[in-house]
Write a protein that binds this ligand. Sequence first.
Ligand code: ADP
Ligand code: GLC
Length: 483
Amino acid sequence: MNILLASSEVFPFSKTGGLADMVGALARALADAGHETRVVTPLYRGIREKFPDLRKVDWYFHLPLGSQYVQAELWELDVAHGLKIYFIDQPGYFDRAGIYQENNFSYADNAERYIFFSKCLVHLAHYLEWRPDVVHVHDWQAALVPALILQEKNAGWGSAPPTCLTIHNLAYQGVFVDSAFALTNLPENYFNPDGAEFFGLLNCLKAGVAFADFITTVSPRYAREIATPEYGCGLDGILRRRQKDLTGILNGVDYQEWNTTKNPNLFKAYSAGRMAGKKHNKLELQKLVGLPADEFTPLFGTISRLAEQKGVDIQLGALAEMLNTNMQFVLLGSGSPEYERGYRDLARHFPGKVAVRFGYDETLAHRIEAGCDFFLMPSRFEPCGLNQMYSLRYGTIPIVRTTGGLDDSVIDWTQNPKLATGIKFSEYTPRALAKAIRKSLVLYRQPKLLNACRHNAMKADFSWRRAVHEYLDIYKRLQTSNP
Ligand code: ADP
Ligand code: GLC
């Protein structure tokens, strides 16, 4: 098949979170499965310098955006056999210090930036000589694409491809003032409560839910959760209406990137059969972040966007309670200044036990995954979550809350003592998390059980092989039902 993906971030070119990892890995997995795959993404600052093989394409965009016309150029990179990335080059929109924001303030023109991006995608889908059999868009930044394609189809584009929308996080919907709708140049009848309108505002993700031929999200449990008022972020009604075209597919892991045997980021390689290297990674990590190097002190880690979603408040509470025991904690995160302050205070209260690093650091992320004994992920909600799956592969026991993909990817003792891979708790309170940490400390003192759990974790298989077939099944179904 010819598959066209669109995402506002794609690893290794741009990344603020798991979306980039997911789209980068899905694209590679589709190409590996023999399908001609192309990904469209913005050309952000620095990409051309980092990837000098980018080529300029003989292609110019000159597209209406409300009452003005906006130009852009196109670049491409052949990444692997059957995999090409297209970059939309619009310096006014994308040659900036950040992707969505600077200094914790979203760019004021994000509607304009990503509506334009979506229009470029539709233009490529329509006019490239290479014809996509399906267009698969990700998150709100590309979620207007199905409506834009539908409109061109109604205007006579006979071979318009079917569309699939993947929701990576319902908490980010791309909501803007109603006047932003004019930038789409869509007829007014798309702006109503069954379409792009949300209480008088423009809601890009809702437009995707309304007009995509099929909708997926990134874990089966999250697919069920978002159809409820508690997790639906106001869109549960329309999601329930579309339930027969909605499914959850658990993300895979790119094990070429996230592995413990051939990984230049690690201090030493190790594997389920050769665990000595893990201890070495722990001691080096402790030294690196300034904690006493002691192989017998249990080391907990977190790598996260510091956002409400991630359960920062209960984590701070639980750690304040638990750090009086013999344990260490290392954090790598970036996000809300208020949460950063919370972790800084924690480090001040527990010197020699807590290390915090703020900012974005890919190498340190791998080292924390490899060096820790336990990984804390107490999310309030988690569509899929990748770090817990990276932890599993790294033999670092995840402690997770039973929500979304966390629940779908970790097995607790109470579910299956023989196959347990981690520790789960369900109540969203510091007390419940502290109790889970206490359980992990008990586990830590029982080497036999701990090793069995690590072994199970490292053997768990979340490769893309399974997930890619689920997506292909959907694409094929869409292709056959597309009139
Ligand atoms: P989300 O996409 O909601 O942030 P995921 O668990 O799906 O959560 O993915 C997060 C990804 O971002 C992982 O690859 C993780 O390692 C990475 N990440 C998050 N924060 C940082 C950071 N401060 N430095 C490096 N990588 C980070
Ligand atoms: C979103 C979600 C996260 C998921 C990622 C990739 O950022 O918050 O749970 O793993 O997308 O799908």
